[in-house]
Design a protein around this ligand. Structure first.
Ligand code: NAP
Length: 289
């Protein structure tokens, strides 16, 4: 029997997600009999994992986004080492999805991989580079995890300094020859003697938008350090921070590159084969301005 397998994103709000377009294009390209849908609440997620053996299509995998990346973990049977370390899951693969045998839901985290892959398009290795990460939420945790695994020296700045300190504490065991330092938000140029090679904006407020004043990152800081500036927000694609970086001669990385690369890795986890990245990228770019 050739059953259409169901994949989807579990998020709230989920209306503007770009994942359905990317994955449905990938399924069509690869001739995979599957549909990618949207699911908005966790109760539905619980049903998916535990109860829906008799659903018309078989649910085989989920992308997990805000605000469920942490709360979904309790519904999973197994999680990867990355999920355990980061404390957040953005990918679920459901095994035994086509029979009466108990389903097994396994959690993975591809955010850190998506970030590192996007960064590597500009910088071959982050070993011993100095990186400043703004933010200490779920995305920042994944990013710092990837960076210190690969030997970068990371300073984490966050509005709530305790959360930055927790990242540093949680990942200190991973840190061999690297260092992580938590710092409260202030002006970046107050961090003396830290030549910044890469600046990552990973708060949900953004610099120069609702939350963080543009003066937080000074033009002098950008001119003096000439960092590669990576803003993980992708709406708009060129954020006020990235515009300031461009105006001051810095190289930039836009947020949709992380989105694309984390989705590519999800595809590979679900299907065990290489994703049609060009097709996914083309589809994504139809919606990005
Ligand atoms: P989250 O867990 O809710 O964390 C939000 C972070 O933003 C926290 O560090 C928070 O600081 C900070 N923040 C929020 N409002 C602020 C304000 N007004 N001033 C200063 N800091 C503020 O969210 P997340 O999962 O980390 O996601 C962060 C952003 O990244 C979201 O916009 C998300 O859409 C985006 N994202 C993009 C990708 C991608 O593929 N490009 C992947 C994942 C996430 P406190 O700790 O002080 O509250």
């Amino acid at each position: 029997m050739n059953v259409t397998r169901i994949y989807g994103i579990l998020a709230h709000p989920v209306g503007h997600s770009l994942s359905p377009a990317m994955f449905n294009a990938a399924f069509a390209e690869m001739g995979i009999n599957a549909k990618y849908e949207v699911f908005e609440n966790l109760a539905r997620g619980r049903k998916i994992f535990r109860l829906e053996n008799s659903s018309p299509g078989y649910i085989s995998g989920l992308s997990i986004s805000l605000p469920y990346k942490e709360s979904v973990i309790e519904f999973l049977d197994e999680v990867s080492e990355d999920v355990r370390a980061i404390g957040a899951c953005n990918t679920v693969k459901i095994q035994n999805d086509d029979g009466d045998v108990k389903k097994i839901a396994i959690g993975f985290n591809t955010d850190w991989i998506g970030f590192m892959e996007a960064l590597k398009e500009k910088i071959a290795s982050v070993k011993n580079l100095n990186v400043i990460v703004l933010g200490a939420g779920g995305a920042a945790r994944a990013i710092v995890y990837g960076l210190i695994k690969e030997g970068a020296k990371v300073v984490v700045l966050n509005r709530t300094v305790e959360k930055a300190a927790k990242i540093v504490k949680d990942f200190s065991k991973l840190c061999k020859g690297c260092e992580t330092v938590p710092i409260q938000f202030g002006r970046l140029d107050e961090i003396e003697n830290f030549k910044c090679d890469v600046l990552v904006q990973a708060t949900s407020a953004g610099v120069g938008t609702e939350g963080i004043e543009e003066s937080f990152v000074s033009e002098e800081f950008l001119q003096k350090n000439e960092p590669v500036v990576f803003d993980i927000i992708y709406k708009p694609l060129i954020t006020p921070l990235l515009q300031m970086a461009i105006d001051n001669g810095c190289d930039i990385i836009t947020g949709e590159k992380m989105l694309l690369n984390q989705a590519v890795k999800q595809f590979e986890i679900w299907f065990g084969e290489k994703a049609p990245k060009d097709v996914m990228n083309k589809e994504l770019n139809k919606f990005i301005v």
